[in-house]
Design a protein around this ligand. Structure first.
Ligand code: APR
Length: 243
């Protein structure tokens, strides 16, 4: 890993508009399961049933049982790991321009990152599909103890603010992420399999716009061939070594 870290250090020393692009692998060391790769959630839960917007419209209980049993308990307990704090340090040193995350756990903000683009939404706000009343994640979990799916006081079904398969990404977040990918001088992928679009188009856009592309991921990704550097190691360990 030594040679790769020194190459990464060289890239970082000549960049001051770095975009960090994080996926589920970045929160793995905070105890939140990844979706793909060893032991991934999608090997236990079929995403076309448990995380698809059309299925949600037919029967929201699938998603909400997944949320109750798998997501809420780990996200509630999760704390930022040394990778999250390393990104905050990079920001303090004036190196980090933006964080683009596919994660919905909010750990970047908890760690202190000030400019986070959440491509797939977040679990902080849960709203009623009928009257749009907003609930917190904890309130939704309490309502889940009484009713599956959880319902608003008006009787409407609740929906999380996270993007399900088949749903469009929040347009503002997508536009801001595209802009960041075009304007950065280094695009640092951290813990993503890079198989879900349009998020996975960002590294290509950055590379085409002249940025250095670095991919830090335990497993190979489909974009490794276009990267200037690939490190198949723990993202938080690599960032800690970098800092
Ligand atoms: N350090 C670096 N990489 C890691 C680590 C780690 N500690 N642990 C796991 N990984 C890698 C795995 O090798 C895997 O390739 O993280 C990657 C996680 O990939 P996914 O689970 O596919 O997560 P992600 O790329 O964020 O998925 C994108 O898919 O299901 C949807 O909406 C969901 O946002 C998610 C999107």
């Amino acid at each position: 890993m030594g040679k790769a870290i020194s190459k990464l250090k060289k890239f970082v020393s000549t960049s001051d508009q770095i975009v960090a692009f994080t996926g589920a692998g970045f929160s793995a060391e905070s105890g939140i399961s990844t979706f793909r790769g060893a032991g991934g959630l999608w090997s236990k839960y079929d995403p076309s049933i448990y995380a698809d917007v059309n299925r949600f419209r037919e029967n929201p209980s699938y998603y909400w049982s997944f949320f109750r049993d798998e997501r809420y308990p780990v996200i509630k307990r999760a704390k930022p790991n040394e990778g999250h704090f390393a990104l905050v340090e990079l920001e303090k040193r004036g190196k980090l321009y933006r964080v683009i995350t596919q994660n919905i756990d909010g750990l970047h903000q908890v760690a202190g990152s000030s400019d986070v683009i959440e491509l797939h939404g977040n679990t902080r706000k849960i709203f009623c599909l009928s009257c749009n009343r907003i609930y917190s994640m904890d309130e939704a979990y309490r309502l889940l103890q009484e009713d599956l799916p959880p319902r608003c006081s008006c009787g409407g079904v609740l929906k999380p603010g996270t993007v399900l398969f088949g749903e469009p990404l929040p347009q503002v977040a997508l536009d801001m992420a595209m802009l960041a990918a075009r304007n950065c001088d280094m695009f640092l992928v951290l813990g993503s399999s890079l198989v879900v679009y349009p998020a996975a188009s960002m590294p290509r856009i950055a590379k085409k716009s002249g940025a250095v592309l670095v991919i830090v991921n335990m497993d190979p990704t489909p974009l490794d061939d276009m990267a200037d550097l690939v490190i198949n190691e723990s993202a938080s360990k690599v960032l800690s070594r970098l800092i």
